[in-house]
Design a protein around this ligand. Structure first.
Ligand code: PLP
Length: 373
């Protein structure tokens, strides 16, 4: 009889949805992982015009249209001064598929994947789906990942280590010195660094830097997407950038598992990347104002909160029973242990929600915190 494969039996459906469902209809949802802004009009038009011009009836090249890959390449030049050959890019179905391609192409059964804990839920699950062994590592007190922790965790069995900056669920941003260290570690230990940069443009202080800028070998691959930058989570358009030989291996997985990313989404992404960037700047400015509002509110409630410098999440330390007390007051937050064992005692709050709702939520959080302390 056909049984289920072990690799799927060890993965469970993310618990985050259950928290949403437990909330009342009028609950204020601070559990959301996507921007609450519309997709920029020029991006939407890019898809509409492509559909109306009959450009979307056929498969595109497996890697994605040449013009989209050129637009992605131009972004790396503009943002980081990096020369990326458009042939060294695969357009994927969101950052999620890109993460999957990297792990499928580089992890053999039993090999280890090091990733931050607390960290984005997919790293653990996709490692298991690649038959690899998850190796979560803890963070510094400010919730950034210490390169020394990664270096100590590397063994002969390590295939990949994951860096995610700005980070989900913490909002933490790695500085340039850390990124240089991650690149050095990838070079010296001959281990692949998977840099998940889907929040790359949502940074409040300084600029995002990528380990790709500093590596001397091809041991860094970058995953990014339009999802967060252009509020396009529903369009499912991301990409992976890597050396030619790595892209060729990842293309084997993508070609048979996906064929190509959705054509309308590719045209929307191209328009998003090549058109005006003001909507991104306005969104980031709004997130920064909200970050300050939420930080003040949580600190006033007596919670200890590392200052997040990017993305749209904040991760305070919370007392026992806090998440339940907050949920009872109809505010949805995600318990920190949804992101790994070290997340216990924390909660993730997303401020991808309007200011009025945030103010109301902070009042309820204040009351809940006083009730449990
Ligand atoms: N990486 C991180 C850190 C994320 O938070 C997410 C989505 O929440 C993704 C990757 C996946 O993004 P996408 O929606 O483009 O698949």
């Amino acid at each position: 009889m056909t049984e289920f494969a072990r690799r799927v039996e060890q993965v469970s459906i993310s618990g985050i949805r259950e928290v949403f469902e437990a909330a009342g209809e009028d609950a204020i949802n601070l559990g959301i992982g996507q921007p609450d802004f519309p997709t920029p009009a020029h991006a939407r038009r890019g898809a509409i015009e492509a559909i109306e011009s009959d450009l979307t009836d056929a498969y595109t090249s497996n890697k994605g249209t040449r013009s989209l890959r050129e637009a992605i390449s131009a972004t790396y030049d503009r943002e980081y001064g990096l020369e990326v050959d458009p042939e060294d890019v695969i357009a994927t179905s969101g950052g999620s598929e890109a993460l999957h391609l990297v792990l499928q192409a580089h992890v053999d059964p039993g090999q280890e994947v090091i990733f931050p804990d607390p960290g984005f839920v997919s790293y653990d699950a996709l490692t298991k789906i690649a038959d690899g062994t998850p190796k979560p590592v803890s963070l510094r007190d400010d919730l950034t990942l210490d390169p020394a922790t990664v270096e100590e965790a590397i063994t002969d069995d390590t295939a990949v280590f994951v860096v995610n900056s700005p980070a989900n669920p913490t909002g933490a941003v790695q500085n340039e010195a850390d990124m240089r260290e991650f690149a050095r570690i990838a070079d010296e230990h001959d281990v692949l660094c998977l840099s998940d940069e889907v929040y790359e443009r949502i940074v409040f202080e300084g600029d995002h830097r990528s380990p790709l800028e500093f590596a001397e070998t091809d041991n860094v691959v970058v995953v990014s997407a339009c999802s967060k930058t252009y509020s396009m989570t529903g369009w499912r358009l991301g990409w992976v950038v890597g050396s030619n030989r790595r892209i060729e291996r990842m293309l084997r997985v993508h070609q048979y598992g996906q064929a190509c990313a959705s054509a309308p989404a590719q045209y929307a992404a191209e328009a998003a990347l090549t058109g005006p960037q003001e909507p991104v700047e306005e969104m980031v400015a709004a997130f920064e104002r909200r970050r300050d509002l939420v930080l003040d509110g949580l600190e006033d409630a007596g919670l200890e909160v590392p200052t997040p410098e990017g993305a749209f999440y904040v991760m305070p330390k919370v007392p026992d029973g806090w998440c339940e007390a907050v949920l009872e007051r109809d505010v949805v937050v995600v318990p920190g242990d949804a992101f790994g064992a070290n997340g216990a005692g924390y909660a993730r709050l997303s401020y991808a929600t309007g200011t009025e709702d945030l103010k109301e939520a902070l009042e309820r959080i204040d009351a809940a915190t006083r009730a449990v302390q």
